[in-house]
Design a protein. Structure first.
Length: 280
């Protein structure tokens, strides 16, 4: 099984996922959260479009973007008024400095192992002030989104340069709660511009709640879509807003992978949502 993320870029500047809160419900959901917080940490910030848009929209507080991908941060650093920091989610070393931490674009699913998830959640909690919130999203495993990730469902789109592109996905492996797939971005004539291979982890509500509780985070709000409808058996998403508890309790809960019958990857994926081509 392929358990790493590898990419070959012939067009590294292709911006396929512009940030547009005015017309994209998911972007609006996180934009509104960010505008209501004095200090915001964007984990997996990619090229920094979310924080740059918040600053341009009048956010007057502290904005910090964290991402392990150097080329993305190089582009982010062209955007003024934001602190840009290189590192993974688990590398965050802030203590009690933020009102809100965010992981957008299903970046949470790029955390593949139990150890990486626990370290990342612990770091997010540590970075928050008491009562601070951590917001993230993951695809609901019951929705079986992977069944639509095939060349027959290729998407045609136009990027920020006006280029007409076609994006297709092909699932390569499903092992436990890990799904590995390849993404090809091509021009409309079929000439490849970019090819990526990614592995994502799919956890349900119960497994997420165990991890959050272990980290000292309590679920405050949970939705099945960006319109804030509740999670149901038909929901495609699990959108969670968790709050930092004042005291962290020890837990003897067994490993999540064992509990859910999945397997843990031996290598960690990047948490950058803009650089990992995730299907919708």
């Amino acid at each position: 099984m392929v358990s790493h993320t590898a990419a070959v870029y012939s067009d590294a500047d292709a911006a396929l996922y512009p940030w547009d809160p005015a017309s994209v419900p998911g972007d609006r959901f996180y934009h509104d959260l960010g505008m209501g917080a004095d200090a915001v940490l964007d984990v997996g910030c990619g090229t920094g479009m979310m924080l740059a848009h918040a600053r341009a929209s009048g956010h007057g507080g502290r904005l910090v973007g964290l991402d392990p991908d150097r080329p993305s941060l190089d582009r982010a650093r062209r955007r003024p008024g934001v602190e840009w920091v290189a590192g993974r989610a688990a590398d965050a070393r802030w203590t009690g400095e933020f009102d809100l931490a965010i992981m957008t674009g299903h970046a949470f699913q790029c955390l593949l192992t139990d150890d990486e998830l626990r370290a990342s959640l612990a770091a997010a909690r540590r970075a928050l002030r008491d009562g601070g919130r951590f917001a993230f999203e993951t695809r609901h495993p019951r929705a079986r989104a992977r069944e639509t990730w095939n060349p027959a469902n290729a998407r045609d789109l136009t990027d920020h340069r006006g280029r007409r592109l076609r994006v297709r996905h092909e699932v390569e492996d499903v092992t436990g709660d890990l799904v590995t797939f390849a993404t090809t971005t091509a021009d409309r004539d079929g000439a490849p511009l970019r090819r990526d291979r990614s592995t994502l982890r799919f956890l349900g509500e119960a497994a997420l709640d165990v991890l959050l509780s272990e980290a000292g985070l309590a679920v405050e709000e949970r939705y099945g879509d960006r319109d804030r409808t509740p999670v149901t058996g038909r929901s495609r998403e699990i959108i969670t807003i968790a709050v930092r508890r004042r005291a962290q309790r020890a837990s003897s809960v067994p490993m999540i992978s064992a509990m859910w019958g999945g397997s843990s990857s031996s290598s960690a994926a990047s948490s950058s949502s803009e650089n990992q081509p995730c299907p919708t």
